[in-house]
Design a binder for this molecule. Structure first.
Ligand SMILES: Cc1cc2nc3c(=O)[nH]c(=O)nc-3n(C[C@H](O)[C@H](O)[C@H](O)COP(=O)(O)OP(=O)(O)OC[C@H]3O[C@@H](n4cnc5c(N)ncnc54)[C@H](O)[C@@H]3O)c2cc1C
Length: 466
């Protein structure tokens, strides 16, 4: 049971940290939500912006002693209400701890403070000739937020997700103690991997204050193929064959004509082709031009054999930009096309993506609702959006919930998972609980209690502790 933040607490915290804190009407409205206001908004009782690990440590020790909720926030680009203080409390805005501390070429690691913006991390690492391989779509997110949601992205099929690129973490535990997990070593089989447990824990187990990430040599060449199909099913059915080719594609994304049109309206820029119903974007990267061309040809031939109508090759920066700029804007473009939306981010086996998408379309048709979908075909992660348009509020709430209930039920039947990359927050908590074995939920609760006995860290997120 938490306490409410009092005027005395606010004064104590101010004295403790010795720098500004924000309260009451000075709290920016931005702090009361993430990118999905549909999941509820609530202003925190105060906002602090730590400048160093010690600030976080002092704050957590105080909050733990006084049973005050503490919610970490990166850039607030999350899509499941994870950084929202839904029960009030202290919001810790980590975006001011934003130094790139080191690029170490010898160990091929980059060390970041958690508030470093992804875009800046990618750029700095790239200037040194390396690649930070995870590629989540929202480049203004923080690295800390990416770590805590185990963000995925477009290159997950080849390189994996954020967790696969994090070698070490410095974290502050609920009682204020600071620990280091992992480091720069390439391997580690030394006991339970608490680092990997904390990655993806959405601020419920600890606050991350330093991140050691793996960096790899940057491939010199990349070519993308835009492959149209007459139906999305044809496109998705081709994917497992493409993944069986000799080399692993860097990305395999799917989309339909309508989403491309949304992006055109949103960006005011044309996509290289928009004549067909469904598309795959497949890209390959490497250093050897002949080898890359051979893979492109193999993929093109296979796609045509599997029903593609044509294959457009984008091998110049300009042509690739016209594809990837549009792909990067899909979520915002869909949001822009309606009054409100809800999102489903399930992941299923890659040979079940077409079935799942068909299921969603059938339900949408039956219920007369407008939906949009796109996603990471290469790793089975779909993003399906139900759109409110001009539906009255009560009908919208009923229809959106019923639609989501059906989708998550179907995902469970297909042995998929509730979230592929956006996380659980508080929005998907009930679906997580329904989807997992009760014994797993019980184990998760015990882990939460072991890390955070008073449940001060991001309470009411991911799982409920009674
Ligand atoms: C247009 C758009 C495209 C997107 N594309 C992708 C995509 O391709 N792949 C993908 O995975 N996601 C995507 N996202 C979702 C979002 O960008 C990610 O979830 C991202 O990782 C959130 O980072 P953030 O800094 O905004 O974190 P926030 O939203 O601020 O927080 C997210 C969670 O992390 C916790 N947290 C943040 N910082 C810390 C910290 N230092 N210590 C402890 N806990 C912390 C918060 O408490 C919260 O639970 C997209 C979002 C948008 C709007």
């Amino acid at each position: 049971m938490h306490n409410k933040v009092t005027r005395q607490n606010i004064q104590d915290i101010k004295d403790l940290l010795g720098h500004d804190i924000v309260i009451d009407s000075d709290i920016s409205e931005d702090y009361s939500h993430d990118e999905m206001t549909i999941y509820g908004t609530r202003a925190p009782d105060l906002v602090i912006t730590p400048k160093c690990t010690e600030d976080v440590s002092k704050l957590l020790k105080y909050a733990n002693d006084h049973l005050l909720p503490v919610i970490a926030r990166g850039a607030g680009t999350g899509l499941c209400g994870g950084c929202v203080a839904i029960e009030g409390g202290i919001l810790v805005d980590m975006s001011h701890m934003d130094k790139i501390l080191e690029i170490d070429k010898k160990t091929m690691t980059a060390t970041f403070e958690p508030g470093v913006i992804l875009m800046n991390a990618i750029e700095k690492v790239s200037e040194e000739g390396f690649l930070y391989a995870p590629d989540p779509g929202e480049k203004s997110a923080t690295i800390g937020g990416n770590v805590m949601t185990n963000a995925g992205g477009m290159r997950a099929i080849k390189y994996g997700v954020t967790r696969d690129h994090i070698k070490g973490l410095e974290v502050v535990l609920a009682d204020g103690s600071v620990i280091t997990l992992g480091g720069k070593t390439s391997k580690n089989s030394s006991g339970y991997d608490l680092k990997d447990l904390i990655i993806g824990s959405e601020g419920t187990l600890a606050i991350v204050t330093k991140i050691i990430a793996k960096i790899i040599p940057k491939p010199k060449l990349m070519t993308s193929l835009l492959i149209p199909f007459s139906t999305l099913k044809d496109a998705l059915d081709a994917v497992p064959y493409i993944t069986n080719l000799e080399d692993v594609a860097t990305t395999i994304e799917f989309m339909e004509k309508e989403v491309i049109e949304d992006a055109r309206l949103y960006l005011g820029k044309d996509f290289p082709n928009k004549d067909y119903n469904a598309y795959l974007i497949v890209s390959y990267s490497g250093n050897n031009k002949n080898e890359l061309e051979r893979m492109i040809n193999l993929c093109a031939e296979l796609a045509l054999e599997k029903g593609a109508i044509d294959v457009f090759i984008s091998d110049t920066e300009e042509r690739q930009a016209s594809i990837w700029d549009a792909r990067g804007a899909f979520l915002e473009a869909i949001k822009n096309s309606t009054t409100e939306m809800d999102e489903c981010d399930v992941v299923v086996d890659i040979d079940k993506v077409a079935d799942f998408n068909d299921f969603a379309k059938n339900v949408a048709g039956r219920e007369n609702i407008r939906i949009r979908s796109f996603g990471h075909a290469g790793d089975g992660n779909l993003h399906i959006y139900i759109l409110k348009d001009d539906m009255p509020d009560d009908i919208w709430q009923r229809k959106a919930k019923a639609f989501m209930d059906e989708l998550y039920e179907e995902a469970a039947i297909l042995k998929g998972q509730v979230s592929g990359e956006h996380g659980i927050g508080h929005a998907k908590k009930a679906y997580l609980k329904d989807s997992l074995d009760p014994a797993v939920i019980e184990l998760m609760k015990k882990i939460k209690v072991a890390f955070d006995p008073h449940n001060i860290l991001n309470p009411a997120k991911v799982i409920d502790i009674e």
